[in-house]
Design a binder for this molecule. Structure first.
Ligand code: BGC
Length: 240
């Protein structure tokens, strides 16, 4: 445990949120849960209000919502396009906007950190790797990268640090299909992961803790690719 009190947002998975709360409490932390669809402005505002009521301040915000609604472009409905953009891009904008407003108001408290606040977006390797059949997802993640960098540039003078983590294939429910079928696991994952292991949630957590801490105090507008080498053109291995 790194010591932060946590507000856990969920939309559909209340059980998952309660389980996370329990785990935080088991190691002596404080956690609350809140249900908000991050694609909705009023719900995001209500979530930040709830957080300020409960905790009184905000130091670290980790916008990480994402869904996948896969289809080839010629079969993709406007709904499939829009829902993914709304949750994976607009939702992160709405959370970041509220966080920046609070960070600005609070300013720097040297007993907490050198920075006035930290935003850590959870993106994806598909912010730079194109993904056929997932154009809505890759477009949202590509957009998120330049949103993150533009915001980082905009608020750096306030000592608000904005960065991103772009995971590859991580052992999460999103990858359950690829993890349970040995054939898919080999063909889709290991062929694309030169280090030959799936990422664990802890891999992401360790990077997030570092980005949240003063150890990364000079790190602004950076994306950490956490992908077992997936972004380094694995198709070129042995293809020279
Ligand atoms: C997706 C995973 C996928 C990984 C690598 C992530 O953004 O959520 O489903 O395995 O990218 O393609």
């Amino acid at each position: 445990m790194a010591g932060a009190d946590v507000l856990i947002n969920y939309n559909g998975d209340r059980e998952g949120a309660l389980e996370t709360k329990k785990r935080i409490e088991e190691v002596g932390g404080r956690a609350e849960i809140f249900k908000a669809n991050v694609a909705r402005e009023d719900e995001v505002k209500a979530m930040f209000e709830f957080m300020m009521e409960k905790f009184g301040r905000l130091d670290i915000c980790v916008p990480n919502s994402a869904i996948q609604l896969n289809a080839n472009v010629d079969d993709m409905t406007l709904r499939q396009w829009q829902d993914v953009i709304d949750v994976n891009l607009t939702g992160l904008f709405l959370c970041a906007r509220e966080a920046v407003r609070i960070f600005k108001k609070q300013g720097i408290d040297r007993s907490v950190s050198y920075a006035a606040g930290k935003l850590i977006f959870i993106s994806s390797v598909h912010d730079i790797i194109p993904w056929e059949g997932h154009a809505n997802y890759a477009s949202a993640k590509g957009g998120l990268m330049l949103f993150m960098k533009s915001l980082a540039q905009e608020v750096a003078h306030l000592r608000i640090r904005v960065n991103a983590i772009s995971p590859g294939a991580i052992r999460t429910p999103m990858n359950v299909e690829k993890l349970t079928s040995p054939e898919l696991f080999e063909r889709l994952l290991l062929r694309l992961i030169p280090c030959k292991r799936i990422g664990e949630p802890e891999d992401v957590a360790h990077a997030a803790v570092w980005l949240a801490s003063d150890q990364s105090d000079y790190v602004y507008g950076t994306t950490i690719y956490l992908d077992g080498c997936m972004t380094l053109y694995p198709g070129f291995i042995g293809a020279g």
